[in-house]
Write a protein that binds this ligand. Structure first.
Ligand SMILES: Cc1ncc(COP(=O)(O)O)c(C=O)c1O
Length: 443
């Protein structure tokens, strides 16, 4: 199929340089397993699980069958004042996979909605306990929590914020970024840092706002969108302790680290730290149908149910038309069953070591390579920016890799590979060799 078979005048692409794209479009028309087919009939290997979503690989029959069956049984039902069987089944399954007493699932449709939902739960919970003055949120530099105004406000990627400054939430502060340049090269281990990145939280940020005013701290266990930056050893445990000390809720945004990427159910399991809320999306349905959510600890739900209001009064004024959509929830149940049946989370952990080995042995010493980080089934190679053109080198490499048949992910001047959990060593070799050729070609 030639791309002039469709008209490109109407679709405005998200997070894409549209002018460049129109001149040289990348359009998928089919996918199977690890591979896409493009509009011009080429095969492209999916090196990024299609935005960290497709853990089980593309076009998996058990998921597709479950969706078809659900469409023929109950296509949609109102989400407010009634529900559907699939939403209960999916919530039970998800809560069962989550650590500790993360037992109550609020569904939404995306990671952005999960971020805003979790911030609203935090405010409502504190208010329900008579601490409505707790309304300061703390995110982290380079954090990504989607594109809603709440998520953007606690997010810390400058380009995503700069145009919207006047409309961001007012009472927000940010933790320092937690990358130590001394740990430029990290392979399948937690970095050890001389620097204590949480001292500033304790010594400046909390005293400035007064901890009694802080509602929640939200972080990604591993900073995914920024370029796979790993927390130093002990960082998340200490963050948990600081939150506990001051009655502050800890939110893990696990939209990327959730459902297998770390070789475990969640990043919370990998790091042995239970947050008060855990946001998920993406891999929960293998990317097939939008679904997101927030898993809350019992205490949050219990506090909101403990109200003097009459029983007909809604306890939490929040939700989406498609919260717990039956087709999305049926897809989630089938996806999570499939991950389990095929042992895909442990496999992700194992293949992560293979990916990391390949990154470190292939890229170290190549021109402009200034760092390599691998943990879980994701690895990042950091490149020196072109003078005066930040992000251009990684963008050029991404475009070139695509032409060579590999989908990789540029993030600033970092290039990330995070393949589906079904990835084989031969796929990893193909991805890494293509990227290596491209890094050399863009020296
Ligand atoms: C950690 C994190 N949170 C939130 C989001 C936003 O998710 P969505 O694009 O589904 O709104 C993303 C997307 O990549 C993410 O990585």
């Amino acid at each position: 199929m030639a791309y002039n078979d469709f008209n490109m005048d109407s679709h405005w692409l998200p997070f894409t340089p549209n002018r460049a794209f129109r001149k040289d479009p990348r359009v998928f028309v089919g996918a199977d397993g690890m591979q896409f087919t493009t509009h011009d009939g080429r095969k492209v290997i999916d090196g990024i699980s299609s935005l960290w979503c497709v853990g089980a690989g593309h076009r998996r029959l058990p998921i597709n069958e479950a969706i078809k069956k659900q469409l023929d049984t109950l296509d949609y039902a109102t989400a407010f004042q009634a529900s559907n069987d699939q939403a209960f089944l999916a919530a039970e399954k998800i809560a069962g996979m989550a650590p500790g007493d993360l037992n109550k699932v609020l569904f939404c449709n995306s990671g952005s909605e999960a971020a805003d939902t979790s911030l609203k739960v935090a405010l409502a919970y504190h208010r329900a306990r008579g601490e409505g003055h707790r309304n300061v949120f703390i995110g982290r530099e380079k954090g990504y929590h989607g594109v809603g105004f709440g998520g953007m406000s606690v997010g810390g990627i400058p380009a995503n914020r700069k145009v919207y400054g006047g409309a961001l939430l007012p009472r927000v502060d940010h933790l320092r970024f937690m990358h130590d340049p001394a740990n430029a090269y990290i392979h399948n281990q937690e970095p050890e840092s001389q620097e204590d990145f949480l001292l500033e939280l304790e010594n400046r940020i909390l005293p400035l706002h007064d901890p009694s005013n802080v509602a929640a701290i939200i972080v990604e266990p591993v900073a995914g969108s920024a370029g796979w930056y790993l927390p130093p050893k002990g960082y998340l445990k200490r963050l948990r302790e600081i939150c506990d000390k001051h009655g502050i809720l800890l939110i893990f945004d696990e939209v990327i680290t959730g459902f297998g990427r770390m070789g475990t159910n969640f990043g919370a399991d990998y790091y042995g730290v239970v947050p008060d809320m855990l946001n998920f999306a993406k891999c929960v349905t293998n990317g097939v149908i939008p679904l997101g959510g927030v898993i809350c600890r019992d205490k949050l739900y219990d506090a909101m149910m403990k109200t003097d209001a009459p029983e007909h009064v809604i306890e939490f004024f929040h939700g989406y038309t498609y919260s717990g959509h039956p087709v999305a929830c049926a897809a989630a149940v089938a996806t999570l069953d499939l991950y389990q049946k095929e042992g895909l989370f442990p496999r992700a952990g194992e293949m992560g070591k293979v990916l990391g080995d390949a990154f470190h042995s292939t890229f170290k010493g190549l021109p402009n390579v200034i760092g390599i980080r691998s943990l879980g089934l994701a690895a990042a190679v950091e490149l020196a920016p072109r003078a005066g053109a930040p992000g251009k080198r990684a963008y050029d490499i991404f475009v070139d890799c695509f032409k060579k048949g590999a989908l990789v992910r540029p993030a600033g001047d970092v290039v990330v590979i995070a393949p589906p959990y079904i990835v084989e060593k031969s796929d990893i070799d193909r991805l890494v060799n293509t990227l290596a050729d491209s890094i050399k070609a863009h020296a």
